[in-house]
Design a protein around this ligand. Structure first.
Ligand SMILES: Nc1ncnc2c1ncn2[C@@H]1O[C@H](COP(=O)(O)OP(=O)(O)OP(=O)(O)O)[C@@H](O)[C@H]1O
Ligand SMILES: [Mg+2]
Length: 305
């Protein structure tokens, strides 16, 4: 059984609602479940009717919930990078690190990295206390970027490691030709090289996250009975396919909300398909949530159990 679930889809299709209903259903079936909001808009607490913080707290029997404080993770990510760079460039006081970090705070990718390390924290530090972790995701663009980051950054890091190997090989040649040269005193072996060691460590961390997304997670895409949410779901599927992450289910949520014509594209139709009715009375409490019938979806997730 996979022990992590993500719900993806266009804004407003029901990611938060289905994450909460799904987490609640698994808890009812005796699983110890942690629901985690990755969405800076933080609607999960409203859906569950509890105030959430950045630590797991009980939300219902068997169910704990928390929300990731993205701002705090951005600060932590910047701080770690700052100490790392300060240590590396301690000899070079002319390099103005503070202005560099002012720029980095607003540079593209910082939020996605922060989110990735927050997910790593949940996966590596918190998930051992639970049978299942359910992530409520932010809007599509940000979700696709953090899901793709381990693959994209992994390629970068691999190329940087190759470059570093070439530098070390050149140092070895210089050392052989002239054992008295200053190069001979520097590191020539990748097993002893700090930079190579650091690149390998980053590569391992990214590998763990890619495996989490591609092999250990159950990913559902949600659509509503409308053309736009289906187009977005198809885009999500195509982008994830490109980075080797497969979807496990498609959910039609709010069935019956409209009579407009729509159709599930072939690419999505091949996925296990689940339908959830539109509840015209609204979803305002845990009771309402438990009426969103995710039993078949939970059974699919639990597989043969
Ligand atoms: N099956 C349903 N029946 C009735 N209302 C629903 C259903 N599913 C979701 N809703 C309602 O639709 C609205 C949007 O749902 P929700 O917040 O779960 O979507 P979301 O995909 O998480 O949105 P966002 O992209 O803003 O995070 C909410 O008011 C929710 O109560
Ligand atoms: Mg939401």
């Amino acid at each position: 059984m996979r022990n992590t679930a993500f719900f993806l889809g266009k804004g407003g299709v029901g990611k938060t609602t289905l994450s909460a209903a799904f987490a609640l259903e698994l808890a009812k079936r005796g699983k110890r479940v942690l629901a985690v909001s990755l969405d800076p808009a933080h609607n999960l607490g409203d859906a569950l009717g509890v105030m959430l913080s950045d630590r797991p707290a009980a939300a219902a029997p068997g169910l704990s919930a928390m929300e990731v404080d993205l701002g705090a993770w951005v600060e932590r990510y910047l701080e770690e990078s700052r100490s790392e760079l300060k240590a590396t460039y301690a000899y070079n006081s002319s390099f103005n690190l503070d202005s560099f970090f002012d720029i980095m705070r607003y540079s593209p990718g910082t939020e996605e990295y922060a989110m990735l390390w927050a997910i790593e924290h949940v996966h590596c530090e918190l998930s051992a206390d639970f049978d299942v972790v359910v992530f409520d995701t932010p809007p599509t663009a940000l979700s696709l970027r953090f899901l793709a980051l381990p693959t994209i950054s992994g390629l970068w890091v691999k190329e940087l490691a190759k470059l570093r190997e070439r530098i070390l090989e050149k140092r070895q040649v210089v050392t052989r030709l002239n054992p008295e040269s200053p190069t001979a005193a520097s590191c020539v072996d990748k097993d002893d090289d700090r930079v190579y060691g650091k690149l390998s460590a980053i590569s391992r961390r990214l590998g763990v996250l890619h495996r989490l997304f591609a092999e250990e997670s159950f990913l559902s895409v949600i659509v509503n009975p409308d053309v736009l949410s289906v187009s977005e779901a198809l885009r999500i599927k195509d982008e994830l396919d490109r980075i080797g992450i497969g979807l496990d289910a498609a959910c039609l949520n709010k069935r019956g909300i409209s009579t407009a014509s729509w159709r599930l594209d072939d690419g999505l139709r091949r996925l296990p398909f689940f339908e959830l009715d539109f509840r015209s009375e609204g979803i305002r409490s845990l009771d309402d949530l438990s009426r969103v019938d995710v039993t078949a979806l939970a059974a699919e997730f639990l597989g043969g159990e």
